[in-house]
Design a protein around this ligand. Structure first.
Ligand code: D61
Ligand code: MG
Ligand code: MG
Length: 343
């Protein structure tokens, strides 16, 4: 469609979106007209909140209250902050552009974005002072930073009338959509996160890694290769728990563009998990799907049949590797893969 001249603040928002996140920028810009701006702003508001959470130079005494009150700052046209790294610095220093567009959105969209921002900020604050120890902590942290995004997106879909009003109260399945993506990131980013200066923040739960080593950093040592990979496979098996619920969520969508917006990141995630499975490369470098493979999925993902085919393809890769490992693979993976393959 012909790009109408945008107001400067809206142009800034799309420019920022494309700078800070290639993958989400592509799928957000493919959304139907009435959802594109609200979801773009939803992304930028939460990315600003996450930039505060991630910035280890901000003292906890400042960070905790700010995370909790940020949902009010998003209405304050003068609010901005010097923090973050890379292109996030520009987002934070020119934040009033985001506020300008946010305040121009339909009230129902503003309400969803503010409510999720409040819940996410409170959840992030809760985990500034405590570590992720149990799998329950792990699921709760991922609920706060990603499950709530899925919940908010479902509410935006319902408000736009592009999807049925059942999406306004589909917290459980929406949550699984977010956990699948966030857990994939946490698994893939092991090395990048553990090398973080000055202090790494790790989210792998001790309830899992404690079965394979004394410290999480042990897995970087070449001598601990077998333990590292066994722990990795357990983490991937835990993430795969969410796959069937993501499929159930997406089978309820009706709008083709909304479906693609949801399905593409999910296919990227199961593809990444397949790549990570039994792959010691996770502990020595960055594991990324090949662009050719990504492009193939970006193009041909229109129906549930396409989605089942993509999930089956990657689930079969993992299942086959389970067999070649000829070890009694983690029962979770087998049953989940079995379900995913026969859903
Ligand atoms: O700093 C970084 O670059 C990575 O930060 C990670 C972290 O700090 O843990 C971490 O930050 C999480 C807190 C901020 C969430 C920001 C966000 C992300 C994607 C969106 C997509 C659409 C709309 C709004 C969105 C908001 C991060 O970006 N993890 C990537 C996975 C997050 C997935 C969120 C999500 C959940 C459900 C979805 C359902 C359908 C489509 C997209 C979905 C996207
Ligand atoms: Mg982050
Ligand atoms: Mg974060």
């Amino acid at each position: 469609a012909k790009q109408l001249p945008k107001q400067p603040s809206l142009a800034f928002c799309y420019d920022m979106l494309n700078q800070v996140s290639r993958s989400f920028a592509i799928v957000i810009q493919q959304l139907p007209e009435q959802l594109r701006d609200p979801v773009c702003i939803f992304y930028l508001v939460l990315r600003a909140l996450d930039t505060i959470e991630d910035d280890m130079a901000i003292p906890q005494s400042t960070k905790v209250p700010l995370l909790k009150v940020f949902y009010e700052k998003i209405y304050d046209r003068s609010w901005k902050m010097s923090c973050g790294q890379g292109s996030y610095v520009r987002l934070m220093e020119h934040y009033p552009n985001v506020t300008d567009v946010f305040l121009g959105l339909d009230m129902s969209y503003q309400k969803v974005i503010a409510d999720i921002t409040r819940r996410m900020g409170a959840g992030m604050a809760e985990f500034i002072e405590k570590d992720v120890a149990t799998v329950a902590d792990y699921d709760l942290y991922c609920h706060y930073v990603a499950g709530l995004v899925g919940i908010g997106l479902s509410q935006l879909f319902a408000s736009s009338k592009l999807e049925s009003r059942q999406f306004a109260s589909m917290e459980n399945l929406s949550n699984h959509m977010g956990l699948f993506l966030q857990k994939t990131n946490i698994i893939r980013d092991y090395l990048e996160d553990i090398m973080e200066e000055p202090a790494p923040r790790m989210f792998w739960p001790k309830e899992i890694w404690g079965k394979y080593g004394k410290t999480l950093a042990d897995f970087k040592e070449p001598g601990n290769k077998a333990a590292a990979v066994a722990c990795l496979n357990h983490m991937v098996g835990d993430a795969l728990r969410h796959a069937e619920h993501s499929l159930a969520y997406m089978s309820k969508l009706h709008d083709r563009q909304v479906f693609r917006f949801c399905a593409i990141p999910q296919v990227m995630a199961i593809g990444t998990l397949a790549l990570c499975w039994n792959n010691h490369g996770v502990f020595t470098g960055v594991v990324k799907m090949r662009r050719g493979e990504v492009a193939k999925y970006m193009l041909s993902l229109d129906t549930m049949a396409d989605l089942y085919q993509a999930f089956d393809h990657f689930a079969a890769i993992i299942a086959k590797r389970c067999e070649t490992m000829r070890k009694p693979s983690d029962p979770v993976v087998k049953t989940t893969l079995g379900r995913v393959q026969h859903v």
